[in-house]
Write a protein that binds this ligand. Sequence first.
Ligand code: SF4
Length: 202
Amino acid sequence: MGGGEYLEMHLYRIQQSYSRYIQVTLVKEYEWCKTIPWIIANTAVEPPLTPSMQDGKEVHNRIELAEQIADSRKLAKYTVEAVLVSRRYRVVGLIDILSIDPPMVIDIKQTNKKPPKSHIAQLETYTLLAWTNNIPVERAEIVNHEKKTIYKLEVTDYVLERAKKRIQKTWRIIQQPDPPLVQQPVEKCSYCRYKTRCPNYL
Ligand code: SF4
């Protein structure tokens, strides 16, 4: 496991230990399937590692890639793998590239495809985190491993409001004593990492 994944796991443990913060990735999972944040927050088992988490080399390459992307965008002042916390919304996130000058957020994904709604939700939540930390980002992007921009987001009040509401809904789900009743398409459940502990898996 590499640096970024240790941080992710560290953030996850903070979340589990204190139950005060949720990670942005939980909000992303909420958008993909509402049962997942409930499982993560209500079972004492850590989330299964993704293939990229199991490959420390890939993580090292990822940091290098983030720096190359920042350079290619000529960002004057930025942080790679920036940890931001919002006490107001009780959310914490690890942002691939947080640029201060110009103010923007970049999330890196290993795909050439159009991002799913869950990845857009993740990006929107990062922008809210930036705003609550006095970094008024006006745009955000999802950039892929080939350094191509595959999604651009203009950060408006509407986007920030939607991000707030999504965080609040994620909190509500994880605080319920029972899992949400969710029915997903069979194909979707068949490749879900959480299916073995999912109460809704048929
Ligand atoms: S198995 Fe299906 S219902 Fe359960 S968490 Fe995964 S996608 Fe959601």
